[in-house]
Design a protein around this ligand. Structure first.
Ligand SMILES: NCc1[nH]cc(CCC(=O)O)c1CC(=O)O
Ligand SMILES: [Zn+2]
Length: 285
């Protein structure tokens, strides 16, 4: 289940919820047999380096605490990235010439991973695809006494399916469309190399994005690593493959169920989806 958390109730392209709404959502998830939630949090404030994400009362920290307080047995996963916090909307820190500052990005991402662990996260998720962020998060977590917190980096192809998420979370890059370190979908071997490198760097599992267009690399990776593989069905898949049934008020998720059935055949250990509750309701009749 994916939760997009905003400060106030908001009318956005994707469904969002506020911190006080989290406990009820967690309870309903547990009652439906959902075992984990992936949390994204917007930020009202931004800065050049994304270090604004490290303040103790950050929305992500409050959201993680609310989720764990409500249902301690459900695993909480976070997105560990800078695009909701930088003025530029980029996933990384930039230097004076506007180029990626890799050491600074690794540093802020690692500190963010620790902040998420302190708040109670079970699994952090470096999502910039900047080389070194997974290793940096792993090392920082170990150094701070959070060796049991897992690291699940995102492995991402360029896609037009992220627009709804970016507009909802204010994570649209100010310049360009395709993010610097995401992979050209015409180069599957680069995706596979990046994924296997992340496992070498200490990733406990991998989040493959977007779910529907990573099925081929998923099958390939399944034969080359024992790390659990989780397709992430992104915002555009939710909007393109589901619809609201005006008569019943229910969301028709049959096409997503077909997608996840295929991904399971292809080697997925589980899938991460915005429609988890709708699917659970549908499957339980
Ligand atoms: N910051 C990386 C990230 N984290 C979540 C998504 C997309 C998720 C979705 O569309 O649901 C992306 C891709 C992007 O912003 O380029
Ligand atoms: Zn990002």
């Amino acid at each position: 289940m994916v939760l997009l958390v905003t400060e106030k109730q908001a009318d956005r392209p994707m469904p969002t919820l506020t911190v006080p709404e989290i406990p009820a959502a967690m309870r309903e998830a547990r009652l439906h047999g959902i075992r984990s939630v992936k949390i994204f949090a917007e930020s009202a404030r931004r800065d050049a380096t994304g270090e604004i994400s490290l303040v103790p009362d950050a929305l992500m920290a409050r959201a993680v605490r609310a989720a764990k307080d409500a249902e301690p047995d459900l695993a909480v996963m976070t997105e560990t990235c800078l695009c909701s916090y930088t003025d530029s909307g980029l996933c990384y820190v930039t230097d004076v010439r506007g180029r990626p500052d890799i050491p600074a990005t690794v540093d802020v991402t690692a500190r963010q991973a620790v902040a998420h662990a302190v708040a109670g996260a079970d699994i952090v998720g470096p999502a910039s695809m900047v080389l070194g962020t997974t290793q940096g998060a792993r090392t920082a977590l170990n150094d701070q006494g959070y060796g049991s917190v897992s690291v699940m980096p995102h492995v991402i192809f360029w896609s037009s399916l992220y627009e709804g998420f970016r507009r909802t979370m204010g994570a649209t890059p100010k310049a360009g469309v395709d993010r610097e370190f995401q992979i050209n979908p015409g180069k599957p071997e680069q995706f596979i190399d990046a994924a296997l490198q992340l496992v070498q760097d200490g990733a406990d599992m991998l989040l493959l994005e977007p779910a529907m267009f990573t099925a081929d690399v998923l099958t390939h990776l399944k034969q080359h690593t024992r790390a659990p593989l989780f397709p992430f069905s992104v915002s555009g898949e939710y909007t393109a493959l589901t619809s609201l049934d005006a008569k019943t008020g229910r969301r028709d998720v049959r096409r997503l169920i077909e997608l996840f059935t295929m991904l399971k055949r292809a080697g997925a250990d589980a899938s991460v989806t915005y429609a988890a509750l709708d699917i659970a309701r549908q499957l339980s009749g």
